[in-house]
Design a protein around this ligand. Structure first.
Ligand code: MV4
Length: 447
């Protein structure tokens, strides 16, 4: 078992990992930028190493500095969290080359799942339903036109190096195809240095339902059921829940088994998430596979009473999983609290938190790194807390979320608390009647 793990991340996820390491009796090393010198993960870790100035490119993305920090503290593993280097194949390889266990996916797996068209081909071969489409990359516009005609409009053009909506274009009619083709390739080239495209039939008003999987180093995998992440704004998840209000037991079994078959087919090791698009007829299609722990992992932990970070560490240390699948016993909802102003287009609102009063009581979990007096730096993403409520039923979990949001006092910066409070009152949300289009029609009421 590892003796010391370096966390190559910051904020709430760094704290989350340090907490589990402490419970496992494993020493923790925090790394931090000069902007995070007074951050909680620095205070909670057993050791802390400054790896550079505020800009991520000079600190949390600076691979050499992170490896150096691991070397001088003699860490035998690195946990990357999510974001930053969590799905960076070069960093995974660098850890391997330095005999430091990367608590994440292998370089090969990151590359395979990072290339969306090849991920789809891999999943298709493993028997996972995929969206009817180009079956690989489109060599030129002439082929693009023929494929769109064959598939039938509307179609979705996607960048193979993309993800999270970048380099993606919905095309509803033939006349719009050329502009979409050119602009999507241009965007993808600029963002990823790769303009290879593939095409899929457009699934209208889909839900985003993802399955959590865990694979061990013996080729075994299991699933931990689904998370519904359809409440998104500009491809940023705002609120997630499990079980999905749209799920049936039959669909859960089909999607769970498909995800496990895929994970075992590719000998997937570690925590992974298989993302699906689900249409109104409950047809499900593979979208992407993430090879990292996700922001929303706590809702899964809450409904099956499980520590996902602990399992990640055990699997990375070569411990076999039990192999059984997990099904939700409770209902959990997560609201991402961002330092953003929901009354001004959710624009970032960095600054000093002058008052911080956390909600509490039965069924309340708050994963956060902020406190009264904390200065939210402008250099990193705006999420400052994840408020999770757990109850026997969805209705009770919503009720608990309303009560917790009403108790949650953060002053000195604007936050998305008022948005979430209105979300919990929205009739379509309460009815479980929402797709990824929900936020397009959501109008926040001024207070
Ligand atoms: C789609 C789709 C409809 N049809 N693919 C968005 C980012 C990336 N995860 C893929 N996405 C989509 N792919 C087909 N064939 C609709 C989306 C989509 C979406 C998916 C999940 C969650 C939110 C979304 C918001 C807009 C579009």
């Amino acid at each position: 078992m590892f003796k010391k793990v370096l966390i190559a991340n910051r904020g709430e996820i760094a704290l989350r990992i340090i907490r589990t390491l402490r419970e496992m009796g494993i020493k923790s090393v925090a790394v931090y930028s000069t902007a995070d010198a007074s951050s909680l993960h620095v205070k909670f870790a057993d050791e802390a190493i400054c790896i550079g100035p505020a800009p991520s490119s000079e600190s949390y993305l600076k691979m050499a500095n992170i490896i150096a920090a691991a070397e001088i503290t003699n860490a035998d593993a690195i946990h990357p969290g999510y974001g930053f280097l969590a799905e960076n194949a070069k960093f995974s390889k660098l850890c391997e080359d330095h005999n430091i266990k990367f608590i994440g996916a292998t370089p090969d797996m990151i590359n395979k799942m990072g290339d969306k068209a090849s991920a789809i081909a891999t999943m298709k071969a493993a028997g996972v339903p995929t969206v009817p489409g180009s079956d690989g990359l489109i060599p030129d516009f002439e082929t693009c036109e023929k494929l769109a005609k064959k598939i039938g409009y509307p179609v979705m053009l996607k960048a193979t190096a993309g993800g999270g909506g970048k380099g993606m274009r919905a095309v509803w009619k033939k006349e719009a195809l050329k502009d979409a083709w050119d602009s999507a390739r241009q965007e993808s080239k600029a963002a990823f240095g790769n303009d290879s495209m593939y095409m899929e039939k457009l699934i209208e008003e889909p839900r985003h339902i993802e399955i959590q999987v865990i694979g061990d180093s013996f080729g075994k995998a299991c699933h931990l059921s689904e998370r519904d992440c359809s409440i998104q704004r500009r491809h940023q998840k705002l609120a997630e829940e499990t079980p999905s209000p749209f799920m049936t037991e039959a669909l859960r079994k089909k999607m769970g088994d498909a995800a496990v078959n895929a994970a075992e087919a590719i000998k997937y090791e570690g925590a992974g998430t298989v993302e699906f698009l689900v249409d109104k007829h409950r047809n499900y299609y593979f979208m992407e596979m993430n090879t990292r722990i996700q922001v929303e992992h706590p809702i899964t932990e809450q409904v099956i009473d499980y520590d996902l970070i602990r399992e990640q560490i055990l699997v990375a240390a070569g411990v076999p999983i039990s192999g059984k699948n997990y099904f939700p016993k409770l209902h959990a909802i997560e609201c991402r609290i961002n330092a953003e102003d929901p009354f001004n287009d959710f624009r970032p609102s960095p600054g000093v938190i002058t008052t911080f009063h956390a909600p509490g009581g039965h069924g309340i979990r708050l994963d956060t790194h902020v406190y009264s007096g904390y200065m939210i730096p402008p250099n990193y993403d705006s999420m400052i807390a994840k408020l999770i409520t757990t109850a026997q039923t969805r209705e009770e979990a919503i009720n608990k979320m309303k009560r917790a949001l009403d108790e949650f006092i953060i002053e000195g910066v604007k936050t998305t608390i008022p948005f979430h409070r209105q979300l919990m009152d929205h009739p379509d949300f309460v009815a479980g009647n929402f797709t990824t289009k929900f936020m397009e029609d959501f109008e926040i009421k001024p207070i």
